[in-house]
Design a protein around this ligand. Structure first.
Ligand code: UFG
Length: 324
């Protein structure tokens, strides 16, 4: 199929592009390179530099004819979204609507949307399945939920079929090191652990050790970025086969605490990872884990690389090149 990936030069975008290319699809990436990297553009794909706010540019591009659009050009820092909601409103909702409108106007049938576990808010039960109430605890999650609802209307009114993929905690790197852009100023746990292990930072912070968990630190469900990428391929196949829109969780299927992750990283990298325990970070639930039964039943998807060893060793292969 002919696939357009909006935001395909970013961390998850590039891994997803690689997976679609490897599966034999034709891929075009549209990216403004604000957080994506030129080095994440592969020789076997087309690249168009552009912004999601450029509706005319999007229409021009989409009229070339694509079977599916994958939208992954959103800002993703939950903390920042609470301080700068206008930035997230304009890009994550305004920009996404431009992309959706351009797709609908160009007759594109299938839309794959990067959603998030953040649509659920504080978990009322665990693991969280797709029937869990939708009550985002931050503005970032709200932008994702708004887009899911808008896509629901476009499905009814415009016949656009969508897959909303609710990512849990994306981590790791391509096992063959084909995606080489290192995230700038990361805010997520594993890249921060890696930066500490390779000496890019002297120490890291652990946000709270007084949670009601086995070691007092928060538990999350980490999913390898290549498993996420495989989820996009499976989602597109399912959309084409069933012609029915859906929302589905993509998680790793087990919970890992912050301290467990740091200790595993020490063992696997052989490096010291100094940390300091600080105050809790506002808005962090103690535990967030996914039920992936729907992904298994509907998409035939299960993880291959989301064990702690592979998450950390694939990241370390990348970061160890930058050791100080
Ligand atoms: N953490 C630290 N120190 C750090 C960074 C993180 O202790 O320097 C802790 C956090 O407090 C949290 C855990 O590590 O307990 C994971 O934090 P991340 O920031 O890596 O990830 P989040 O769970 O906060 O959020 C991520 C994405 C969101 C997405 C969510 C879905 O960043 O966009 O997963 O589960 F919505």
């Amino acid at each position: 199929m002919n696939i357009l990936i909006i935001g395909g030069a970013g961390y998850i975008g590039a891994h997803t592009a690689r997976e679609f290319l490897d599966a034999g699809h034709k891929v075009t990436v549209y990216d403004n390179l604000s957080s994506g990297f030129e080095q994440n553009i592969f020789d076997d794909e087309d690249f168009v530099e552009g912004d999601v706010m450029d509706f005319i540019g999007l229409i021009d591009l989409m009229r070339r004819g694509f079977d599916a659009v994958v939208y992954m050009a959103a800002f993703k820092s939950a903390g920042e979204s609470m301080l700068r909601p206008e930035k997230y409103a304009v890009n994550n909702i305004g920009g996404a609507i431009h992309v959706l409108n351009a797709a609908a106007e160009s007759g594109i049938k299938y839309f794959i949307f990067s959603s998030s576990a953040a649509v659920y808010g504080d978990p009322q039960y665990l693991p969280v399945d797709e029937a869990h109430p939708l009550n985002p605890a931050n503005f970032y999650g709200f932008t994702k939920l708004e887009m899911e609802r808008i896509m629901g209307w476009y499905d009814k009114l415009k016949g656009l079929r969508y897959a909303a993929l609710r990512y849990f905690n994306a981590a790791g790197y391509d096992l063959n090191l084909r995606v080489t852009g290192l995230e700038r100023n990361p805010a997520n746990l594993l890249p921060i652990i890696m930066e500490t292990a390779c000496g890019m930072r002297k120490e890291m912070e652990v946000f709270g050790e007084d949670y009601d968990t086995k070691d007092g630190t928060c538990i999350r469900d980490y999913v390898h970025v290549t498993d996420l990428a495989r989820g996009h391929c499976a989602a597109l196949e399912t959309l084409v086969k069933t012609g029915t829109s859906f929302a589905v969780n993509l998680g790793g299927g087990s919970g890992i605490s912050v301290l467990e992750m740091i200790n595993a990283a020490k063992r696997i990298t052989g490096k010291d990872i100094p940390y300091r325990v600080v105050e809790r970070r506002p808005g962090d639930p103690a535990v967030l884990t996914a039920s992936c039964e729907k992904a298994s039943a509907l998409l035939g998807w299960s993880t291959l690389y989301s064990d702690v060893e592979t998450l950390i060793s694939s990241s370390w292969k990348m970061y160890s090149k930058f050791q100080k």
